[in-house]
Design a protein around this ligand. Structure first.
Ligand code: GDP
Length: 197
């Protein structure tokens, strides 16, 4: 897919205030610092479409970007901040859960996972939530340029093995690097193929 146009549309805290649309949308989410903003900017060829995570304390927002006038890319607020109050975490959970439940045009959630780390509890919990809610998702293992391909694959294997304990059918996954642009074609082609269904 060629990205001809990527434009910011709205920032909201509530799913019911997000754009009223029939167009499909694809949400990106992950732990803070996983490389979400970098990946969104890499996919859309924009240096600064998505802003690097602002520490919560500031309002966390659901950001909608319209791509080629055909589909929405959604930047969801990240999770797993080290120093966050129980209240903020609860607020995040409510906002994201409400979004996942009510966005009927949500085609897929991309869950970003740092390819360098062993399975993190917050990632596993979020994936579990998606499973419970029946939301379609794909995993993206980020920052692959930071280590050898062998190490990345070994870490992914450990992650999948952990998922196997609770999932009968393992989710689809892709690898990405915002530096080398690994994954760009695969992610965009996947979106194009779902859009055509
Ligand atoms: P976010 O908090 O998930 O939005 O993460 P950011 O996109 O702001 O990235 C966090 C940090 O990781 C920044 O310093 C980025 O420059 C760096 N980073 C993000 N993606 C990559 C990547 O694919 N490769 C490398 N080498 N660094 C990355």
């Amino acid at each position: 897919m060629v990205i001809k146009e990527a434009k910011f549309v709205t920032s909201n805290t509530r799913a019911d205030l997000c754009p009223q649309t029939q167009l499909p949308e694809y949400a990106f989410i992950g732990r803070s610092n996983v490389g979400k903003s970098s990946l969104i900017n890499m996919l859309t060829n924009h240096l600064k479409l998505a802003k690097t995570s602002s520490f919560p304390g500031k309002t966390q927002l659901i950001n909608h970007f319209l791509i080629n006038g055909e589909w929405y890319l959604v930047d969801l607020p990240g999770y797993g901040w080290a120093k966050v109050s129980k209240d903020s975490r609860e607020q995040w959970r409510k906002m994201v859960q409400f979004y996942l439940k009510n966005r009927t045009n949500l085609a897929c959630v991309f869950v970003l996972v740092d390819s360098r780390l062993p399975p993190q509890k917050t990632d596993l919990e979020f994936i579990e939530l998606l499973g419970t809610m029946g939301v379609p998702f794909v995993l993206i293992f980020t920052k692959t340029d930071k280590q050898s391909g062998t190490k990345t694959d070994a870490n992914i294997a450990v992650f999948m093995k952990t998922l196997q304990e609770t999932w009968e059918e393992l989710p689809m996954y892709m690898k990405s690097s915002s530096t080398s642009k690994e994954g760009r074609e695969e992610i965009l082609n996947f979106i194009a193929s779902v859009n055509q269904r």
